[in-house]
Design a protein around this ligand. Structure first.
Ligand code: ASP
Length: 377
């Protein structure tokens, strides 16, 4: 969905849109190239398709190191990026992603500001998203963007190509298509819980068609070997062929199920719930969530000890409210939110080039502690 605002003048809007179309039709390789620095390092995190297992390991190791350092020497982290500034640009609503980015920035000492309400911006005077973006980029070294347009990731990278300022973009959710930092945090949570992701079975329940979380998450799962993925949704909310083909071509065994959750929790490793993304439908909250896709206490009971239940949140009626009062280590809904803050810190540290410093510092502290704990002769 193109929800980009091209400005008040129709002629100018058509001109800029056609320039953008040219970039878009230049293909996925050109897009990826535009997201990388000359040495191949990712400079914009806008698409899950640009991530690989080596980079995920770097981000997860940095995340773990930062998490531990924060308990011993938080001032070290706070000093790392104190000359770096970031704008959190969130014209589409958000609680978790916005707050977790903001806290991650704070942990790394990044100076941060925000724009959330476009009524207070010059967009209200007819300024195009393009000019707004270029203006914002004049003041910061990075931008975290969330937008209702499916194309916003592409759009920001294209817009930055015409700017001389080397700004970094973090896609915090664009329309129904991409949510790469949610995919990173989910990948981290699965690895932390399951140990190894290769060979596992994941069931996505709910709005497989419009959930950007599923679209990005499934792409990261396809980096692993011998994966099985179930998409469990009624026909009209089933996974799009683009995502299905993308992961199937990479060796994932795909099952599409219409009949509800059923017995799946008794054998899958990850139960991943999503809400109806009805903000992209005819009218907000006008659709009904299928009752056979509600995760109940019975489903929890059938889950193997080693499996987990996830949800990117916000949740509504997809999970029986009784589960909110059950203390069960397999329910990862809240733990995943903390993981979101730390993996976003790990991702930003990588993009701003301080990830190695963080990992080295942790190795140094670990050795120091080991020495202190060693018994004296
Ligand atoms: N928080 C997730 C997102 O931004 C999921 C959701 O909103 O349902 O896409």
């Amino acid at each position: 969905m193109d929800k980009i605002y091209w400005g008040a003048d129709a002629g100018l809007a058509a001109y800029h849109r056609s320039r953008f179309e040219e970039f878009k039709t230049s293909g996925s390789e050109a897009f990826e190239k535009a997201c990388r620095a000359e040495d191949g390092r990712l400079k914009h995190v806008v698409s899950a398709e640009h991530l690989d297992l080596a980079l995920l390991k770097i981000i997860h190791d940095t995340t773990n190191a930062a998490r531990r350092i924060s308990k011993i020497e938080p001032e070290f982290l706070k000093g790392l990026l104190r000359h770096t500034s970031v704008l959190n640009y969130f014209p589409q609503p958000s609680t978790r992603t916005f707050l977790s980015f903001s806290r991650a920035e704070s942990k790394l000492g990044i100076q941060r500001e925000e724009v959330r309400d476009l009524k207070t911006s010059s967009t209200a005077k007819g300024e195009s998203d393009l000019d707004a973006l270029r203006t914002q980029s004049s003041f910061y070294e990075g931008m975290v963007v969330r937008h209702p347009s499916d194309l916003y990731g592409h759009f920001t990278v294209w817009a930055m190509q015409n700017s001389r300022r080397p700004l970094h973009i973090f896609n915090a959710g664009s329309g129904t298509k991409e949510h790469p930092t949610q995919a990173i945090l989910d990948h981290y949570t699965m690895e932390e819980s399951l140990g190894e992701i290769d060979g596992k079975t994941i069931a996505f329940y709910g709005d497989c068609l419009r959930s950007r979380v599923i679209h990005s998450g499934a792409r990261l799962l396809a980096l692993h070997k011998e994966m099985t993925v179930y998409f469990v949704a009624p026909e009209h909310l089933q996974i799009d062929t683009e995502t299905e083909d993308y992961i199937a071509q990479r060796g994932v065994t795909v099952h599409k199920i219409k009949t509800g959750i059923g017995e799946l929790p008794s054998f899958v490793d990850v139960n991943y719930m999503t809400r109806l993304q009805d903000e992209y439908g005819a009218g907000s909250q006008s659709e009904k969530y299928p009752t056979n896709l509600v995760f109940t206490e019975d489903h929890l009971r059938m889950m193997p000890e080693t499996s987990i239940l996830m949800h990117p949140m916000p949740k509504r009626e997809e999970i029986d409210p009784r589960l909110d009062y059950i203390d069960d280590k397999r329910i990862m809904l809240w733990r995943a939110q903390r993981n979101g803050m730390w993996t976003r810190a790990g991702t930003m540290a990588y993009v701003f080039g301080v990830d190695e410093q963080i990992r080295n510092k942790y190795t140094f502290l670990e050795k120091k502690m080991e020495k202190m704990m060693r018994p004296r002769r």
